[in-house]
Design a protein around this ligand. Structure first.
Ligand code: ADP
Length: 259
């Protein structure tokens, strides 16, 4: 039997298929989120990679910001519960999850049995989100995937004092016009995102181990900046961006196996 989780985010769509012993059979991630062809392509791609047909999927759970748009889902569940379950699969003893996605930042505390105990979320502002980093990368004429490499070359952190994306954008442009070294600017941008995440985590109360999920976990510059801000180790995983879809697939499996 196979079970599918589809996480439809603001920025990307993820699909994970697991089997009845909770192993990942296939996964796909498409950089196009809700309201686009992303969800359909992520599902098709995961089915193709797994060599499976839709009829072989026993149960599908959709999650994420755009979960209500996925008509093929058997059920829809909040991304908070799905991220908690996915994170506990990735790092079994996880106690705190910091999820930085395209549009929001969430800090989750996880109970001993791997379920969600509590959470806090950023307000509607894009400060410290993937969107903030995407905008900054565009001004610096690079892809977000190049930011971490630049950060490593920094010999100083040029603080970005505005958390608002619009004001931070002007601040970075003004620094660029003064020929500020790009790596130092990138380090400042990462620090700004990390400080937002750290303050959310402090509000919820931090217990270790800590896992970062969401697409921004790919950016080791932000991960290291958060470690510095908290003076604690942050774990990441190759599965960090698919944590929500993975959790959805695992919840789908539990519904069918334990019913
Ligand atoms: P959502 O679920 O809200 O759509 P994701 O969790 O998929 O968002 O995260 C999307 C964000 O992750 C992007 O805005 C981008 O900043 C970041 N991101 C995605 N891939 C990478 C990468 N390879 N390197 C650095 N950052 C990345």
């Amino acid at each position: 039997m196979f079970f599918m989780g589809v996480d439809i985010g603001s920025t990307s769509s993820k699909c994970v298929i697991v089997n009845e012993v909770s192993e990942i059979v296939s996964q796909a991630q498409i950089s196009a989120g809700t309201g686009t062809s992303g969800p359909r392509r992520a599902v098709e791609s995961a089915l193709n990679i797994g060599g499976l047909g839709q009829q072989q999927i026993s149960y599908t759970i959709a999650t994420g910001y755009g979960r209500n748009t996925h008509e093929a889902a058997s059920e829809r569940i909040s991304e908070l519960s799905c991220h908690a379950v996915g994170a506990a699969w990735i790092l079994p003893k996880v106690r705190t999850v910091i999820d930085i996605g395209g549009q929001d930042v969430k800090a989750l505390s996880i109970s001993d049995n791997g379920t969600l105990a509590n959470f806090v979320m950023n307000d509607k502002c894009a400060a410290g989100t993937g969107r903030f980093l995407d905008v900054m990368a565009r001004i610096l004429e690079m892809d977000v995937s190049e930011l971490a490499e630049q950060d490593e070359k920094a010999d100083e952190i040029l603080s970005v004092s505005s958390t608002c994306v619009v004001f931070a954008e002007s601040e970075v442009i003004s620094q660029l016009s003064r020929n500020a070294p790009i790596p130092n600017l990138v380090a400042g941008i990462h620090q700004s995102a990390a400080l937002r995440a750290a303050s959310l985590m402090k509000r919820i109360g931090i217990a270790t181990p800590i896992l970062m999920t969401g697409g921004v976990a790919h950016n080791l510059g932000v991960v290291r900046a958060l470690e510095r801000a908290l003076n604690l180790q942050i774990e990441t995983s190759a599965y960090s961006q698919i944590a929500g879809a993975l959790g959805a697939a695992l919840i789908a499996k539990d519904k069918m196996i334990h019913r």
